[in-house]
Design a protein. Sequence first.
Length: 182
Amino acid sequence: MKKFYFLVILLFVNSQSYASIKENIIENLRNINNMSFNFEQNINGKIENGNCSLEYPKKIYCEYNLENKKTIVSNGKNIVIKTQNSYYLYSINKTPLNLILDKKLILNKISNLNERILDDKFINFKFYQNENQINVFFDKKNYNLVGWQTIDIYQNVSITYLSSIKKNQKLKKELFKLPSQN
C-alpha cells in the first residue's frame, strides 16, 4: 500500500512539474514585447544566418550575413524581402511568419496542446493553422523561444534556431518601416 501512495504522489509531482513548465513558458512569452537574436535558418537544406529584431505583433527586421545584403522587414501587415538585386513585397498573411509572429495565436495554441520534451533540453509544441504545420521550441531551463519549424502548403521545410536572445530591449520604431524599392 505504501508503494501505491508513493507512486500516486510521484505521478502527481511529475504532472505538476510538466504543468509548471508549460505555465512558465506561457507566462514568459506573455511578458515579452520584443526580442533581438542571432539566427540560423535551414530551408530545404540551404543554411543562412544573421540577426533579427522582432516586436509583437507581427513585426520583424532581419539582416542576413550574405554578400547580397538580404534583409527581411515586416511592419505587421506586409513583408519585404530585399537584396541588392531584388525586391519582393508580400502580404504577411500569405507567409508562415504571420503565424510565428502572432504571439496571441501561439499562446492560445500552447495552452490547448500537450508539450513534448526533446533531449531533456527543449519543449516543443506542434500545431496546424491555415494548411501550415508549425513547431515552436522553447528552452526547458529559461522558457525562452529558441526556434521554430514550419512546413508550408508546398511542403517547404524551414527550420530557424535562435541564439543570443535579448528580451524587451528599446527598439527604434523606424526599424520596421518597409524599405523602398531601388
